[in-house]
Design a protein around this ligand. Structure first.
Ligand SMILES: NC(=O)c1ccc[n+]([C@@H]2O[C@H](COP(=O)([O-])OP(=O)(O)OC[C@H]3O[C@@H](n4cnc5c(N)ncnc54)[C@H](O)[C@@H]3O)[C@@H](O)[C@H]2O)c1
Ligand SMILES: O=C(O)C1=N[C@H](C(=O)O)CCC1
Length: 282
């Protein structure tokens, strides 16, 4: 990658995460100000805020970057797009990045399988870091979850409890769905030939290892940034693994690390654990 600073475009700049990411870049978090610069600030179509200097939006000095709803007008101003918005518009941003050969960091959650297939297909042409949770703590728990499930999963009742602020649109959280997927896949790796499945006849079964058996319980309350607990309740003891986020800055840091890691040139589909190179550590 050339030595030039990596220029990022941030979508959803009026949103909780969009503002957090812009602030993190602009207010010179030391670990980024030497590597990343804000190239563009994007908002929804026809928003009244279009034309405002993004510095004003975050109560900072003017930056000479006007908030826009027109990606075509700023496509030469950025290298990587960082998107925390909503599923349908994220897919539109993804299509723009494919058509203009731009890499993208996707933090949006609430995607359906069609969306996820579009993301996978796009990753054959551009670089995508797609993660339901950009915190280091959840990335670490996710790595441990697979191993813990392989060891005690088949003798435990497993539940996931997720708590978020009362403004969150999607339920359950993307993080909890990712955790559920890890657990089911780990259980299936244990009982690979004997998976309980409603489509199979009643003679083929073993320890439950279908999505129906890993319950997700969701709480929406107050201004909780994001909390996840995975409960393994076994005979005589239980394991509770919890992550509590108290500042959206952790997600912004993870997303910016991802933007710098994917850079201008990588192609493929990656998640936060690839950025943190956790496989080499665990
Ligand atoms: N991966 C992570 O680490 C992580 C962390 C926090 C939030 N999230 C996810 O990021 C997303 C945003 O979260 P938030 O709290 O910032 O939400 P928010 O509602 O505060 O912000 C959403 C932003 O998207 C914009 N938007 C929505 N619909 C749009 C459309 N049709 N066209 C253009 N812009 C549109 C809104 O204007 C707003 O700026 C959610 O899916 C959330 O689950 C992920
Ligand atoms: O605030 C949110 O919305 C969050 N959503 C992510 C999810 O859906 O898993 C996690 C971080 C906070």
């Amino acid at each position: 990658m050339s030595d030039a600073l990596l220029r990022i475009a941030v979508t959803g700049v009026t949103g909780r995460m969009g503002k957090e990411i812009v602030t993190c870049v602009v207010e010179g978090e030391k670990q980024f100000s030497q590597e990343i610069v804000l190239g563009a600030a994007i908002t929804r179509l026809n928003a009244k805020i279009c034309g405002m200097d993004v510095g004003v939006l975050i109560n900072n000095d003017t930056l000479g970057i006007e908030i826009t709803d027109n990606l075509e007008s700023i496509k030469d101003n950025f290298d990587v797009l960082v998107d925390f918005t909503a599923p349908d518009i994220s897919i539109e941003y993804l299509k723009f990045c494919v058509n203009n050969n731009k890499n993208i960091v996707i933090g949006t959650t609430g995607f359906n399988q069609i969306h996820k297939n579009l993301i996978l297909n796009a990753s054959h042409k551009i670089g995508i870091v797609f993660s339901s949770n950009f915190s280091i703590g959840v990335a670490l728990i996710s790595k441990l979850l697979h191993k813990i499930t392989q060891i005690i999963g088949s003798t435990s009742d497993i539940s996931i409890i997720e708590t978020h602020h009362n403004r969150k649109r999607d339920i359950p959280s993307g993080t909890s769905l990712t955790m559920q997927n890890i657990i089911v896949n780990a259980l299936r790796s244990i009982h690979s030939n004997k998976i309980m499945d409603s489509n199979l006849d009643s003679t083929t079964y073993s320890s439950a290892s279908s999505y129906n058996d890993i319950l997700i319980h969701s709480i929406r309350a107050g201004d909780v940034v994001g909390e996840h607990t995975v409960l393994f309740a076994g005979p005589g003891e239980r394991l509770e693994i919890t992550h509590k986020a108290s500042d959206r800055l952790i997600f912004a840091h993870g997303a910016l690390r991802a933007a710098f890691w994917i850079g201008r040139d990588k192609i493929g589909l990656f998640d936060i654990s690839d950025i943190l190179e956790m496989d080499t550590l665990l």
